[in-house]
Design a protein around this ligand. Structure first.
Ligand SMILES: Cc1ncc(COP(=O)(O)O)c(C=O)c1O
Length: 428
């Protein structure tokens, strides 16, 4: 059991006996992203959190969302457990538009969730039982562990994420083929923490690995966590959701798409996300049954999702300025991405102190300190350099979504210096 859960149970003493097994496993991840972020609150450079800020430090928000807070009274009515019908229709049309490969393929109408975390939790509850296995890259968003392992009691097996600078689809395949009839697989592109999206070649290997497992009789539920959808900055990267590939891949594969406004529309607190389903040969009734399962879970948990948030999202999507504003905000992040590439190219000496993990998209990139533990460096960065970063899976994650372009040079120089503080002394 996780040591934070054990501590809470010890504090509860005999009262812990009231808890269910899942209740006993539950804990709040104080030491994770949230705790590390809190330690960096007053840092001069804060590259911790998965939100985005403008060059002047104000929240990066599109006018079509910001101006919508003045809503009609209908925004206070219940939205229903499936979500607002018009919003679901609008999002489905957008999913088609953003993923041309979905053309001609069948998938459910999206059910509205209280953003992506809630959608992932719904899937964990619908598809994963104690004894089932979630197959997940070893560089992953830590909330997966809390949801699948602690909340639902599902076993989580990690596979090696990168091999020679590319996604390690062979390692993923081996994990899928390991004993156990039913597997869940979670894929998150653009990825948190690495900022990596499968290239076109990776995508082919990933799809054929899942096909091979399915052909060997494995039942695979593929969860596509598309939280950072669309934020791709390089050519040769698979720009569509892999959901389109899995939607009709094999009768042993059920595909789930988790997406929403949070990261791609820069509205982190709005809490509007979606879950959609597909499988080969699915009938309309079968897809509707899956929608009903998801909506039943919503009903039993939060009853329904914020109507105000859904109305705001719908209004923003219908706003004639939506597409242009989205492009404009995308350009802010893309510029920072390219600036980081310039910094890394012009400072080859940084390679003595950290390895740059593959990245091409999203809000983040990661470095692996050489010869010193990442957590030690993170603390030192806060204390000596006033730089806030996050450590996940042994890597230092730098959220360039939060750091103005002008401060990126400083950020990398400080990371380099902080590692040198530990390693140069030893070399002397
Ligand atoms: C990979 C990934 N998936 C899902 C989420 C959850 O997003 P939401 O705020 O919509 O629940 C996050 C948030 O950090 C994330 O990084």
């Amino acid at each position: 059991m996780n040591k934070l859960a054990l501590k809470l149970n010890r504090t509860l003493g005999p009262a812990a006996e009231f808890l269910s097994p899942a209740g006993r496993r539950m804990y709040f991840p104080y030491g994770g992203i949230l705790g590390q972020g809190a330690e960096a609150k007053s840092c001069k450079i804060n590259a911790t959190v998965g939100m985005a800020f403008e060059e002047d430090g104000s929240p990066l928000v599109m006018d079509c969302f910001g101006s919508g807070v003045n809503l009609d009274k209908r925004a206070f009515l219940y939205a229903g457990s499936f979500g607002l019908p018009k919003l679901r229709e609008a999002w489905r049309a957008m999913e088609f538009a953003k993923n041309p490969s979905l053309k001609g393929k069948k998938f459910s109408s999206p059910v509205v969730t209280n953003a992506l975390t809630h959608g992932i939790r719904i899937c964990a509850e619908l598809f994963a039982a104690p004894g089932d296995t979630l197959v997940c890259p070893d560089l992953f968003w830590d909330n997966y562990e809390l949801i699948f392992s602690e909340a639902v009691g599902c076993k989580v097996v990690h596979f090696n994420t990168f091999r020679r600078g590319a996604f390690d689809a062979e390692a993923m395949k081996a994990a899928l083929l390991a004993p156990g009839k039913k597997k869940l697989l979670i894929l998150n592109f653009p990825n948190n923490p690495t900022g990596y999206t499968a290239t076109v070649a990776d995508a082919k290997r990933i799809v054929s690995a899942v096909r091979a497992a399915a052909a060997k009789g494995k039942k695979v539920v593929v969860l596509c966590d598309d939280a950072y959808f669309g934020l791709v900055y390089e050519r040769g990267v698979h720009g569509e959701s892999l959901f389109a590939e899995f939607a009709d891949l094999h009768r042993n594969v059920l595909a789930v798409k988790l997406d929403g406004t949070t990261k791609e529309d820069y509205v982190w607190g709005l809490r509007v996300g979606f879950v959609s389903f597909a499988f080969r040969g699915a009938t309309d009734e079968q897809l509707k049954a899956l929608e009903a399962k998801a909506a039943g879970n919503v009903r039993s948990g939060v009853s329904n999702v914020t109507s105000i948030g859904q109305q705001l999202a719908l209004r923003a999507f219908q706003d004639p300025g939506y597409a242009a504003q989205k492009r404009e905000k995308f350009a802010v992040l893309k510029k920072r991405y390219h600036q980081i590439r310039v910094i890394l190219r012009t400072h080859p000496e940084y390679g003595r102190h950290f390895e740059v993990m593959p990245f091409n998209s999203g809000y983040f990139m990661c470095v692996k300190p050489l010869g010193v533990d990442a957590e030690k460096v993170r603390r030192h960065l806060v204390e000596k350099y006033s730089v806030g970063t996050i450590v996940l899976s042994g890597l230092i994650r730098l959220a360039f979504s939060t750091v103005p372009t002008a401060k990126l040079d400083r950020l990398f120089a400080d990371v380099d210096a902080a590692i040198a503080d530990f390693t140069e002394d030893k070399r002397k």
